[in-house]
Design a protein around this ligand. Structure first.
Ligand SMILES: Nc1ncnc2c1ncn2[C@@H]1O[C@H](COP(=O)(O)OP(=O)(O)O)[C@@H](O)[C@H]1O
Ligand SMILES: [Mg+2]
Length: 304
């Protein structure tokens, strides 16, 4: 079971495939297992709280459900926390960073935003404790940046360790790398959907994860249409001309096309990505929100 031991779940995938939805569902599933959960969104726009029907959190950790807290990790605020909590150079921080320069540095120094964001995640996962000295969070679910940026995000400590071998950064990079690569602690999940580009990106992402030797989690195939029509029925639907079809038969034809696409890409993913796969159905909802996420949580919770 995914939940039994691992504490950090990193959700990756192309933008728009349902990363935030899966993050929210994993959070609910973990809550059902009586976990204390922290959601970290390292994304341009905060999304998870609203998917669960709660107000946005911003850069402070806020409670959004019974046993779920959430935080929107932004470089500028993460920079301050990194300086204060991880590096502990308060004097320098006060002198240098507590002003507009911070924004300048974040733009000017490559990888700095990723470093401070990862530093914050590391702190929540590895360092933060409750009153009893146990880890504060049983599960940290990280909504990671979309594919290309997601890969460079996960690669940051390694890249820097290849460039520098001593100095104050090295200890922190080694700690972050140790967290990211520990299979007892971390699982990297990939979200995709049954379309060409999202599937291509899932394949690239998985290759990068394998190449970086990061611990693999699950593959979530979102927007999946289950098989409702046999090949014969598909043939009949396809051979009737549109004009002769009533609305329900047009709907059936549409579903048939979608189910074929789903099956096609599911087969391709099974060939090209060696990960346990969870199928998440397409849920038509005018207001996609809590109710849909609850249903998805049941599925992801059941399959671990
Ligand atoms: N299983 C699903 N069925 C129907 N619509 C979905 C499903 N998953 C996601 N969506 C829709 O797609 C939108 C984008 O999902 P989101 O999780 O925000 O994607 P990402 O975080 O990858 O950009 C959601 O707001 C929702 O409207
Ligand atoms: Mg998102």
């Amino acid at each position: 079971m995914v939940w039994s031991s691992r504490r950090l779940h990193i959700v990756t995938g192309k933008g728009g495939v349902g990363k935030s939805t899966v993050t929210a569902a994993l959070a609910l599933a973990a809550q059902r297992e009586k976990k204390r959960v922290l959601v970290c969104e390292v994304t341009a726009k905060e999304r998870v709280a609203s998917l669960l029907g709660a107000p946005d959190c911003g850069p402070e950790v806020k409670r959004i459900d019974e046993s779920i807290w959430s935080v929107h990790v932004r470089p500028a605020e993460a920079m301050r926390e990194y300086a204060l909590m991880v590096v502990r150079f308060r004097a320098i921080y006060n002198a240098v960073f507590e002003n507009r320069l911070v924004r300048y540095f974040l733009r000017a120094v490559p990888s700095l935003p990723e470093i401070v964001e990862l530093g914050k995640v590391w702190w929540h996962v590895v360092k933060e404790q409750d009153e009893e000295g146990k880890p504060r969070w049983d599960a940290v679910i990280l909504d990671a940046p979309a594919t290309g940026h997601g890969i460079s995000f996960l690669r940051t400590p390694r890249t820097i360790l290849e460039l520098v071998s001593e100095g104050p950064m090295v200890r922190d990079m080694k700690r972050m790398q140790a967290m990211l690569t520990d299979p007892a602690l971390t699982a990297i999940h990939v979200v995709t959907m049954p379309e060409e580009m999202p599937v291509n990106e899932a394949v690239d992402l998985h290759q990068a994860i394998v190449e970086m030797q990061l611990p693999e989690g699950r593959l979530f195939l979102n927007h999946h249409f289950e098989r409702r029509f046999s090949a014969d029925e598909r043939q009949t639907l396809a051979s009737t001309d549109d004009g002769a079809l009533g609305p329900s038969r047009l709907a059936a034809r549409y579903w048939g096309e979608r189910q074929d696409l789903s099956a096609h890409y599911e087969a391709r993913l099974r060939r090209e990505i060696e990960l346990p796969m969870t199928l998440i159905p397409y849920l038509a909802a005018k207001e996609f929100g809590r109710a849909a996420v609850e249903r998805i949580a049941e599925i992801v919770g059941r399959e671990g």
